[in-house]
Design a protein around this ligand. Structure first.
Ligand code: ADP
Ligand code: MG
Length: 326
């Protein structure tokens, strides 16, 4: 894509930005830039004491990612920290420090800030993350909060989206769907310990956290891995009770919710088939693992039913530029 149309979607826009990054000088610290769950900087490269620093940031806005009036500021702070930690988990990394920038509604700025801090701290405490800075603003607009987290990769190395191979088994760490309608999206569980335990037992080839929906997020793994495809087994996809509940209410299938809803913050990963066997036979605590399909050389995402027939799956996950206002 050479130019941007007003109808461009979120991911095409990010791709446009990515392609406009100038070529990096030979001494650049950037090992992985735009396009993965975190960027990776080779800090101190050449000093003999280097490490792979992971950096990620995510913004939450009132009316889109939460409703301040009904959820309260503590829940917002908790979610804001958790979704960032989830991106560190997606690289099989360990989080260390966070910065927090807020645009507070002026009418009750201090009260909201106190609640946010309680929630941020509660999540950060669970993973020994230091709050090391930020920025505080107030205005007449709605609450916006941006968290940035720094972490590091383990000796096994960070796991990228781009390492999937044909024949890999695709796994997820928990049941999917219905998280937005049930309110579960406010209490994401960053799968940090799970990712580290899995990566210790078997090398993870590729991984992403499910923030936009399985159909979109698995698509990112396949695209970044050189244009691969995947076949998912419809009966094997773990469907969350919230997805069944939501399906009953809106008449669509629970499986559609599991494939497309987003904000589950489970991990989707690919491993060699023989490693998948070991992982599924004896999942390393605290990880819970479900086998959902396999990576194929032929591009495209397909859903295989129990009778053997397969149908194409369109990525219908969340796109901020395409989504209507709420
Ligand atoms: P995630 O859902 O894991 O947070 P996103 O879908 O938000 O990832 O972003 C995909 C990639 O694009 C990430 O590497 C992110 O850092 C990058 N990205 C998103 N928005 C921008 C932007 N405005 N400028 C530069 N990079 C961006
Ligand atoms: Mg992510």
């Amino acid at each position: 894509m050479s130019d941007l149309r007003p109808s461009t979607g979120e991911f095409a826009l990010i791709d446009w930005i990515r392609r406009r990054e100038p070529e990096r000088p030979i001494d650049s610290w950037t090992r992985v830039g735009i396009g993965d769950d975190c960027a990776i900087l080779g800090v101190g490269e050449g000093t003999g004491a280097g490490c792979d620093l992971l950096i990620t940031t995510d913004m939450l806005m009132d009316g889109r990612h939460f409703r301040l009036e009904q959820d309260g500021p503590e829940a917002v702070g908790y979610k804001a920290m958790a979704v960032n930690l989830s991106d560190i988990a997606a690289m099989a990394g360990s989080p260390r420090a966070a910065v927090v920038a807020v645009a507070l509604p002026r009418h009750s700025a201090v009260e909201i800030a106190r609640g946010l801090h309680a929630g941020l701290r509660a999540m950060a405490d669970r993973f020994a993350v230091d709050l090391v800075g930020g920025d505080t603003n107030a205005w007449d607009g709605p609450l916006v909060i941006t968290v940035g987290v720094l972490g590091h990769a383990t000796v096994r190395g960070a796991v990228l989206r781009s390492g999937a191979r044909p024949g890999d088994t695709i796994l997820v760490t928990g049941p999917l769907g219905g998280s937005l309608s049930s309110g579960r999206h406010l209490r994401p569980e960053p799968r940090i310990a799970e990712a580290l335990a899995i990566h210790r037992m078997a090398p993870i080839h590729a991984m992403i956290d499910l923030s936009d929906g399985l159909s979109s997020d698995l698509g990112h793994i396949l695209a970044e891995s050189g244009g691969l495809g995947a076949i998912l087994d419809a009966e094997a996809i773990p469907v969350h009770p919230d997805a069944h509940e939501q399906g009953r209410r809106d008449g669509s299938s629970a499986l559609d919710h599991a494939l497309n809803d987003g904000e589950d913050f489970e991990l989707c990963l690919t491993v060699a088939p023989e490693d998948a066997e070991r992982l599924l036979t004896e999942p390393p605590a605290p990880a819970v693992l479900y086998r959902i399909g396999e990576v194929t050389e032929t591009p495209g995402l397909f859903l295989r039913s129990s009778d053997g027939g397969s149908t194409p799956v369109e990525p219908k996950g969340f796109d901020h530029l395409r989504a209507g206002s709420e």
